[in-house]
Design a protein around this ligand. Structure first.
Ligand code: ADP
Length: 218
């Protein structure tokens, strides 16, 4: 099913979103102030236009009101990002996703009604930091300020032991929500499942509990 998206700001982040949505067959309107950027996306997105999105008249002219979901990926210009978001909100766009540069920017964006605020650099930094701590931590996804999901590779400490035996929930307050063995994924593992070297566990919990789990078992 095709859905209408618009990406405003075709830098590294917005450009990558635009590429990926187009690759998935979505209908994407690519927008930037910069003519070279727009030309670059002419053959990638369904449509590409040069526009300054801080101007309400311009937004109306390019038909932004017909778009279901707009992604605001304006980089360093926080003022332009906020103004654009405000205007999109006033025009009644159903879903607005905005890239924030810092926590203050995020606060303002949430106040003016952005539906989703993302911090790609901060979040990627956190994920990479976790994978640097241990080679066995494959991924880390933040659920809230103090809860996460981690993907960890089972090593010797867990190998040959069942979930009951490891007693992860009681000992560390975390839940193993899935276990991947080669290509198979068990999404509600029984407590009797025996973990083998190289299995991948998906664990959910508070950051404090996950950190204790990682220190002791990973
Ligand atoms: P990144 O950090 O993702 O690479 P950049 O700052 O390089 O982000 O890119 C942001 C893009 O947003 C630039 O291509 C810039 O031309 C565009 N941009 C900035 N202000 C506006 C605006 N008012 N209207 C439309 N596009 C804008």
């Amino acid at each position: 099913m095709k859905r209408e998206f618009a990406v405003i700001g075709l830098g590294r982040f917005g450009g990558s979103i635009c590429h990926e949505l187009s690759k998935e067959g979505m209908d994407v309107l690519a927008i930037d102030l910069d003519e070279d950027k727009v030309n670059e996306f002419k053959n990638i997105a369904s449509h590409a236009v040069i526009a300054d999105t801080t101007d309400e008249k311009v937004l109306k002219e390019i038909g932004i009101r017909n778009i279901d979901h707009v992604i605001v990926a304006i980089g360093d210009n926080i003022q332009a990002s906020i103004l654009t978001t405000l205007m999109l909100k006033e025009l009644g766009i159903k879903k607005i996703t905005v890239k924030a540069q810092n926590d203050y920017h995020e606060k303002v964006l949430r106040k003016i009604g952005a539906d989703q605020v993302v911090h790609p650099e901060r979040d990627m930094g956190k994920r990479i930091a976790h994978s640097i701590i241990s080679n066995n931590i494959l991924d880390h996804l933040e659920l809230s300020d103090d809860h996460s999901i981690v993907e960890v590779k089972a090593g010797k400490k867990m190998s040959g032991r069942s979930l009951i035996d490891l007693d992860i929930r009681a000992q560390y307050g975390c839940n193993v929500v899935a276990i991947k063995k080669d290509k198979e994924i068990n999404v509600s593992p029984m407590a009797t499942v025996v973990i083998e070297d190289g299995d991948v566990l998906i664990v959910i919990g508070s950051d404090i509990d996950i950190s204790r789990f990682e220190k002791n078992l990973v």
